[in-house]
Unconditional design. Structure first.
Lengths: 359, 298
């Protein structure tokens, strides 16, 4: 085996007695006489943490070339630091103002999923940081779908850049994506002007610096809202995820960057929800919470068969696609098994095209 | 003491009264008293049935060999989190959360097989035919074939082939194993035709195939595999807590620690002075105009 890695030749080998199937000749290599111990180091440079984001030494912490203490002393604040950290640049004053607005709106949302997770976690008398960290996990491709929404916008903004008119691109997006949960246009904010006000604020601010920074996403979302109203009715409008995603993209954040930046923003409020739960409510112990039988719709109560009776139980393997398909459909009846959950495996050609684009 | 649940939900998994806890119809105390094992309970939980003895044995084997994998992303995460001395659970949660597209018993492998078995059913093809098509389509597209290859065990994962043999020995092979076998044959043949080196089956290719053959939906298989790694990662976190120094940066240790300052290799923008606020707008404009910053955006 030394041709695989010459370091193996420096190692000791252990001759073992056969156990189980380990002497089977069908095994890929000889399991009875394998090397023991860890692989010796090779001649490459030793491991180091490579980063283009930040470094520190005994006296200085630097991100993107700037000493963080010097930046703070010069008067830069957290929203500036976010641009520095994520985009390696000092933001325009107008950009900083828009990010501030986005983060204010993204901070709290009432008893939403992240807040509830935080509250549940602290009920176990956990560290508050666990509640904050756990809340971040609520951000997915539906709830707070900055990544999915931003990617959808990016696709149609690219079409505009390729020459399609803004209105045509918006109409196409409505046609192709109106049923997506991350669409960004819905009835959710029909009575709450917050997303519209954010977009108007951002548009006004960024228009002032349009000679050096052109907006693409905010105009697209405005056109999308217009096209959606025409197609779906006047009671739909841009919602919070649509407005925030467009603004974050026009601020130059990547879609996945926006996702996690806003997730951490929300986690701060989750900490407050956790604190309030501690202050106003109680803690739970294992076994405390009951689940009424009336809520249960699984298999009826049944006796546990004896181990002797178990010998008559047959396994559940299927040998043909026909048997397998029938079994899969039947298993969908029992929830909590995973058989009813959709999981789309993309066509390999399409997946490859995406990877190619990414590179 | 308030014993009402915070959420009201219909559930077919379990209920709990003051007298008993019932999982898929079975009183859990009676289940344990009858001599059933934790592994049997996993079948009840995810499938609502008691497994045949051979099915229990193979799941026990699979979970056992998957539990510990030394330095993998999951263990490293547990150790990294524990460096800050939070409570132990966050370190374990982080470890379990590392299982994604590249690490561990991904559900995607099972759903890939499902996709091609659906094709076999819909187009009246054999399992072997669609398995070969799967390999060709992934390799033609330049994509990795799920279930094959492991960056550390370059001769084939030491758990994988024994898992395959145990799968056969216990007589629990089904349509997933038939597919996986045909997939591996085509994969090896094609790499050989193309003059490429050997890439072995990994523990997903072997283990996930077993889990699906014994009736777990790919998502359920993912849960069992990934969370079982959490046990050993909890132990790695404990080791870090009890036997190593917090921060992993001490200069008093005989070995350079992973967070020693010398371990950082910075390749970002050169050191530069912070512009005074009075000049920031002009500075920011120049940065935007030059566009150099774009190469650093994450």
């Amino acid at each position: 085996m030394s041709h695989i890695d010459p370091r193996i030749a420096q190692m000791k080998f252990a001759n073992r007695k056969p156990v189980g199937n380990l002497a089977d000749p069908r095994l890929r290599y000889n399991y009875l006489n394998r090397e023991i111990g860890t692989l010796p180091p090779d001649n490459r440079e030793g491991f180091r943490w490579v980063s283009e984001l930040a470094y520190k030494n005994i006296h200085r912490i630097v991100t993107r070339g700037w000493c963080t203490t010097e930046l703070a002393e010069a008067g830069y604040g957290i929203t500036d630091f976010l641009f520095v950290n994520w985009q390696a640049r000092i933001p325009l004053i107008e950009e900083k103002a828009v990010l501030d607005y986005c983060m204010i709106l993204g901070l709290d949302d009432g008893l939403s999923n992240p807040a509830l997770i935080a509250r549940l976690i602290v009920r176990g008398k956990s560290y508050l940081t666990q509640a904050c960290g756990g809340s971040i996990l609520a951000f997915g491709h539906a709830y707070a779908s900055y990544d999915s929404t931003g990617q959808m916008f990016t696709k149609y903004v690219a079409k505009v850049e390729e020459g399609m008119s803004l209105d045509e691109a918006a109409k196409l997006c409505v046609k192709e994506c109106q049923k997506e949960i991350h669409f960004g246009i819905s009835k959710l904010y029909a009575k709450d002007p917050a997303p519209r006000k954010l977009l108007d604020f951002a548009e006004k601010k960024l228009s002032a610096v349009s000679s050096i920074k052109k907006m693409a996403f905010i105009p697209f979302v405005n056109a999308l809202e217009k096209a959606a109203k025409a197609e779906l009715g006047n009671d739909v409008c841009v919602d919070m995820i649509g407005a925030l995603s467009a603004c974050m993209c026009d601020l130059g954040f990547t879609t996945d960057g926006a996702w996690v930046l806003m997730a951490v923003t929300r986690a701060i409020a989750a900490g407050a929800h956790g604190l309030e739960e501690m202050e106003r409510e109680g803690q739970d112990v294992l076994g405390q919470t009951l689940t009424p039988k009336e809520w249960y719709d699984g298999p009826a109560d049944r006796p546990v068969p004896s181990l002797k009776e178990r010998e008559n139980i047959a396994g559940g393997q299927y040998q043909t696609p026909q048997e397998w398909r029938a079994a899969w459909l039947k298993k969908m009846d029992l929830k909590g098994t995973g058989y009813s959950v959709d999981f789309v495996i993309e066509d390999p050609k399409k997946a490859a095209m995406k990877q190619h684009k990414k590179k | 003491m308030d014993r009402k649940p915070m959420f009201q939900r219909k559930t077919s998994i379990s209920y709990k009264t003051e007298e008993k806890t019932v999982l898929r119809g079975y009183n859990v105390t009676e289940f344990a008293e009858a001599g059933y094992t934790f592994i049997d309970a996993l079948f009840v939980l995810f499938q609502g049935r008691i497994p045949a003895e051979n099915e229990r044995k193979i799941l026990d084997y699979e979970v056992a060999v998957f539990m510990e994998h030394s330095m993998s992303p999951s263990a490293v995460s547990a150790i990294g989190v524990m460096n800050g001395h939070p409570m132990l659970p966050p370190a374990v949660a982080a470890a379990v959360s590392t299982f994604g597209g590249a690490h561990g018993p991904g559900a995607a492998h099972g759903y890939m097989i499902k996709k091609y078995l659906d094709r076999a059913f819909d187009e009246n093809k054999t399992v072997e035919e669609v398995a070969r098509a799967c390999v060709d389509e992934y390799m033609d597209a330049g994509l990795a074939v799920m279930g094959m290859g492991q960056p550390q065990h370059i001769e084939g994962d030491p758990r994988a082939h024994p898992l395959h043999l145990k799968h056969e020995e216990l007589g629990v092979t089904g349509v997933y194993r038939k597919f996986q076998t045909a997939l591996e044959e085509r994969f090896h043949a094609r790499r050989k035709e193309e003059g490429k080196g050997y890439v072995g089956v990994n523990v997903v290719g072997a283990g996930n195939t077993i889990l699906c053959d014994i009736g777990f939906a790919p998502y359920a298989a993912w849960t069992i595999g990934s969370v079982s790694r959490g046990w050993s990662c909890a132990c790695h976190a404990l080791h870090q807590l009890k036997k190593a120094r917090a921060w992993s940066a001490s200069r008093n240790e005989p070995m350079v620690q992973m967070l020693d300052l010398s371990m950082i290799k910075y390749i970002g923008p050169e050191d530069r002075e912070a512009p005074p606020l009075s000049e920031r707008q002009e500075y920011a404009k120049k940065q935007l105009e030059s566009g150099e910053y774009k190469r650093w955006v994450l």
